[in-house]
Design a protein around this ligand. Structure first.
Ligand code: BDR
Ligand code: CA
Length: 310
């Protein structure tokens, strides 16, 4: 039976592919898309979610706009990687997919209550919406099957030497999620930096020849240019769809059960995920943490998803 999922995202080039994979694969039933400020403002990430749904023919999946800022302090955005639009590269027409009238947290509440089975939450942006839901509605914990998130790292960060973008963008929210006692799976940079969209991957997408494939090729090309200029990477890591790929094929990402703490106060390390892989703290494990990925199997899923929706 298909896994009921809500994707909580900040599109974002790699979020766009997470969306396509979640909508395309029969192992997932996409109940809704919630957006959050992250790669760009929430107005832009919401517009981008609607743009991708329109371009990929994803109809009947509600898109609800979420928080415009983190729980504390000022937000950060990532125009250096994702551009001023949050999805620079392709041209988009006016989206025909509407915005749900409910805000993201209300949509999440309503959907968790209405769905007959517990729902899997898949956050691929800052965790502001999810933490707000958990704080406002502790009665809904039992309605959440698990949380499978892209964020953090067992090693170094990307926005600071210590912190990954999604966690740095709202560390307090991340702390609430990791401390929630809910089943949390963390797929971080230590895994996603192995899943780089090399020229042969881009060529496989381009060879599909459909309008969606063209759009995806333009997204990968623009994203690749940014990663080369900002980080000096020869090819860009496609972080976010790893969450959905893991749901589709649990063997694709190797996980270990470990304690994860979010650094909230470090002078140079705020937003770091401190993962105790060796058990030296004696703290109880609170997350399943990705440590490896089957890269060829991952690209097969991503390319097939573009083919399916194209
Ligand atoms: C994460 O940050 C964002 O820029 C990407 O969309 C991804 O979710 C990687 O650090
Ligand atoms: Ca993202």
């Amino acid at each position: 039976m298909a896994i009921p999922v809500i994707l909580d995202c900040d599109p974002g080039h790699d979020d766009a592919f997470a969306l396509v994979l979640a909508a395309a694969h029969p192992a997932v039933r996409l109940l809704g898309i919630t957006t959050v400020a992250g790669n760009q403002t929430v107005e832009k990430t919401t517009l981008n979610a609607r743009r991708i749904c329109t371009a990929a023919g994803i109809r009947g999946v509600p898109v609800a706009a979420g928080l415009s800022r983190p729980l504390h302090g000022a937000g950060i955005v990532a125009p250096d990687i994702h551009g001023e639009s949050g999805l620079d590269g392709p041209g988009f027409g006016e989206p025909t997919v509407p915005v749900d009238e409910r805000d993201a947290v209300t949509f999440l509440r309503d959907t968790l209550l209405a769905h007959p089975e517990p729902v899997t939450l898949v956050p691929t942006g800052p965790l502001s919406n999810i933490a707000t839901l958990l704080l406002a509605h502790p009665e809904l914990y039992g309605r959440i099957e698990r949380i499978v998130l892209m964020g953090g790292s067992t090693g170094r960060g990307n926005r600071t030497p210590a912190a990954e973008f999604n966690i740095l963008a709202d560390p307090e929210a991340a702390d609430i999620v990791f401390s929630s006692g809910l089943p949390v799976t963390m797929i971080g940079l230590n895994v996603s930096h192995r899943a780089v969209a090399t020229p042969d991957v881009v060529a496989r997408v381009a060879a599909l020849g459909t309008p969606l494939a063209r759009l995806c090729t333009e997204l990968l090309t623009s994203y690749g240019t940014a990663y080369r200029e900002v980080f000096g990477f020869p090819a860009p890591p496609l972080h976010d769809p790893l969450t959905v790929a893991h749901l589709i094929d649990p063997a694709l990402v190797t996980l270990v059960h470990a304690p994860v703490a979010v650094e909230l106060t470090g002078t140079h390390t705020r937003g770091a995920t401190v993962v105790d892989l060796d058990g030296v703290t004696g703290a109880p494990p609170n997350a399943h943490v990705g440590v490896d990925v089957d890269v060829p199997a991952y690209w097969d899923l991503v390319v097939d998803a573009v083919r399916t929706l194209g």
